[in-house]
Design a protein around this ligand. Structure first.
Ligand code: MTE
Ligand code: MOS
Length: 751
């Protein structure tokens, strides 16, 4: 995929936090963190560290002028631990020195004495002890208690999915510098510039207008920098504020993995009831979310688990309960899909298990329960422009499932030690922040007198291509060439009160704001052009390919000339616009409403080949029909789909987080945590754009693309399960993800 930044990236010319040119006097921070998972600090002695070479200061809770509080949804997280320790990696202090190595070395000389308490690591144990972040959440539809008698099959079980390390290429980091009037300017690798600004203001005890947050781009975020970039920005700012000199704080890879939260592991129970034809009548599920030591975004993520617990199926009777369980690991956080994938894995496990009890193909159950137009979701919203069946049928037409199964059966009957498997996975994902007020954005557009254009929005570029999309949207709206347009960094002094770039809503929200701002400018330009032609009705003017048209006919007036004339007439060439998603609402008491602007649909079939002697496997293909709406940037959309699928496969297969009994993360390096590499990418990826799916709720009639394709990866689990069953037909699948090669092997040969 080629993004307009690609060339600079590969040449190493793009600036990430650590590339910002060195400022005289810059100091470096290193975070000193807890080596125990749960307990109390009895003694802290910084004296030796303070006498270490190059050390300027050591900052801890007592040095905070404002509040020692960084919790977003719930105020339950200190910047530096007070006396209580809640996880290994819990920040206690920051050493500031003239070099990174001096700061790092000095941190080893901090002396601390702890009183250890037993840690809780299992979310079910936490729930049993009533260690909940918020009261239980419950979504209900129909009457599930009365439906079981009508079912021919009732299947119960458990399904667990593991966490996932974000492993963005750029680790967490910030560079803060003091400004006049006691403020701070901060370069932060964050998806949420305003949250960083607000939290720094709170920690320093100064107003938000004294803090300017600037984000050029992130070397990946994937949700990991939605809430969790804030702490490091606050620490760097605190030091810059106190020492009146620039301070850089960048986590090294291992610290980043240890100190930050990940995708939430979930453990879940379910009960599903079906008729003999495979119609799902009832579904009950309880989700135990491993939230870690603080709320972070867990409540919102738990809600999305419930919003997506029926995936893309209509289930008339349902009760889904979500428990956000407090444990002694780093607070878990947003990760592509935001809890949705964890909910969808459970219903897919239930369907798979039911199909095997009933002796049918899971795809048969999937197919007959697909959402249709007007079906109700468990949260009261009804589908519209529902493309679930369309995507499924089109995929089946392009790649007849029966034929694929036959080929696989043929292969499997001839091969004893190598087996193939396939699985179909339909998906559905709701687009909007489920926290309704976040669905707003704004844009600031300047046209300069030379006809070049500068756009600022609330969107943060993190590799997903949002800047390229903003550029294209502005170019189309102003009818000019993309080369005229530059997308600026995301900056809280230029665009205020931003929502995080998340929930796949970056393009939608900011794109609409850009369209509105450009249309304001178009309106002014049209008026000036009309005057040129002594025309009173400005609506007779239009623009196309940098040219001014009058009554539909091209004139000799060009965009750049018109811009100059507009300036000479003292008409503003700057416009600002704000956009908020219309008509969405959600009542968190009844858990009913219309939380999503629209849904994205699609279906994939994933094929795998398993070496049953060694437990290793390769994905042969992923074939997809995906609902992109009307794409206006095909390469970026394809890149997002491919990247999402590979990341989803990684979550279900090779990526495994392990903690020891003391709560220490054992997989804290790339030598012990395996992410998908080029060999793990399916050998064939065929992604088809569903045709005829214009979306009135997306800019240029597009649909959001950032997260939904991730969920096709869930099919990888079931394709592998099928290959395993081909080797050992009576094998019991345990529905515990990931299915690492090690796990596959142990399962195949476990008596
Ligand atoms: N793609 C890349 N290359 N890097 C990222 O960090 N983040 C994902 C997705 N795709 C991410 C990515 C996540 S979690 C989200 S919510 C969306 O991009 C956010 O961007 P959008 O709203 O502009 O789609
Ligand atoms: Mo994405 S998990 O919403 O940042």
């Amino acid at each position: 995929m080629k993004n307009y930044d690609s060339i600079r990236h590969v040449r190493g010319e793009s600036h990430f936090i650590d590339d910002i040119p060195y400022l005289d006097g810059t100091l470096y921070g290193y975070v000193y963190y807890s080596p125990i998972a749960h307990g109390k600090i009895l003694q802290l002695d910084f004296s030796e560290a303070l006498n270490s070479p190059g050390v300027k200061t050591v900052l801890s809770a007592k040095d905070i002028p404002g509040q020692n509080q960084i919790g977003g949804i719930i105020q339950d997280e200190n910047l530096f631990a007070d006396e209580h320790i809640h996880f290994i990696g819990h920040p206690i202090a920051m050493v500031v020195a003239d070099t990174y190595l001096h700061a790092h070395d000095a941190s080893k000389k901090i002396k601390s004495v702890f009183e250890k308490l037993p840690p809780i690591l299992d979310p079910r144990v936490a729930a049993f002890k009533n260690e909940l972040i918020i009261p239980p959440r419950k979504f209900e539809l129909g009457n599930v208690d009365s439906v079981w008698n009508d079912c021919d099959y009732i299947i119960e079980g458990r399904a667990d999915s593991g966490g996932q390390e974000h492993l963005y290429l750029e680790t967490q980091g910030s560079l803060a510098m003091p400004t006049e009037y006691g403020g701070v300017k901060i370069f932060s690798a964050t998806q949420a510039p305003t949250a960083v600004q607000r939290t720094i203001a709170n920690v320093l005890g100064i107003p938000m207008h004294k803090i300017e947050v600037d984000v050029q781009r992130l070397g990946g975020g994937f949700g990991g920098k939605e809430d969790q970039a804030t702490a490091w920005a606050c620490m760097a700012s605190l030091a810059a504020f106190k020492l009146k000199t620039p301070v850089k704080l960048i986590l090294n890879r291992q610290d980043d993995i240890r100190l930050t939260g990940k995708r939430h592991p979930y453990s879940s129970d379910y009960k599903i009831g079906l008729t003999k034809d495979g119609k799902i009548l009832g579904y009950e599920a309880t989700f135990y979310q491993n939230a870690g030591a603080a709320a972070d975004l867990s409540p919102a993520i738990l809600d999305r688990t419930l919003f997506h617990c029926t995936n893309t199926y209509f289930i008339p009777n349902l009760r889904a309960i979500g428990l956000s369980c407090r444990t002694n690991i780093a607070p878990n956080t947003a990760f592509r899909g935001f809890g949705g994938p964890q909910g969808m894995f459970v219903i897919e496990s239930a369907i798979y298990k039911a199909a095997h009890v009933m002796g049918i193909d899971p795809a048969e159950i999937q197919k007959i329960n697909l959402l249709k137009e007007g079906d109700e979701f468990p949260f009261g919203q009804k589908t519209f422009n529902c493309n679930a069946v369309k995507c499924y049928d089109e995929l089946n037409e392009r790649y007849p499932f029966e034929k694929i199964y036959q080929e696989i059966d043929g292969f499997n009957s001839k091969n004893n030690l190598v087996k193939k498997g396939a699985a179909v996975i339909p998906i559905c994902f709701g687009i909007s922040f489920t926290t309704t007020f976040l669905n707003q954005a704004s844009a600031l557009v300047h046209i300069y007198t030379d006809g070049s254009v500068n756009i600022s929005t609330a969107a943060v570029e993190m590799g997903q291509g949002v800047n390229a999309k903003m550029k294209r949207i502005a170019a189309r709206t102003l009818s000019i060439d993309e080369s005229r347009i530059k997308v600026e960094s995301t900056n809280t002094s230029r665009v205020s009160n931003t929502s995080p770039t998340a929930a796949s809503k970056g393009t939608d929200l900011n794109g609409f704001a850009v369209i509105d701002a450009c249309n304001i400018l178009n309106e002014r330009l049209r008026k000036v052009a009309a005057q040129e032609f002594n025309e009173e009705d400005a609506s007779k003017i239009s623009f196309k390919n940098e040219k001014v048209f009058y009554e539909g006919e091209p004139t000799t007036l060009t965009f750049s000339e018109l811009v100059k004339k507009t300036y000479m007439k003292r008409v503003s060439l700057t416009a600002q616009a704000h956009h908020s998603t219309p008509e969405i609402h959600f009542d968190t008491k009844t858990n009913k409403g219309n939380p999503f602007a629209y849904h994205v649909y699609g279906t994939a079939i994933i094929q795998v080949t398993l070496d049953c002697l060694r437990g290793i496997y390769e994905f042969d293909s992923v074939k997809v029909v995906h609902d992109f709406g009307e794409t206006f940037h095909e390469v970026i959309d394809l890149g997002q789909a491919e990247g999402g699928i590979v990341q989803g496969i990684g979550w279900m297969t090779c990526e495994e987080l392990k903690w020891d009994r003391d709560g220490k993360l054992l997989t804290d390096a790339l030598s012990t945590y395996k992410i998908p590499d080029i060999h793990a990418v399916p050998k064939e990826m065929k992604i088809h754009f569903l045709e005829n799916s214009p979306n009135d709720f997306g800019p240029l009639r597009s649909k959001a693309i950032g997260e939904p394709p991730f969920m096709y990866g869930i099919g990888a689990y079931f394709a592998l399960a099928n290959a395993m069953k081909a080797f050992k037909p009576n094998l019991e699948i345990d529905f515990v993800a990931p299915l690492t090669p090690e796990k596959v092997l142990l399962t195949l040969y476990n008596k």
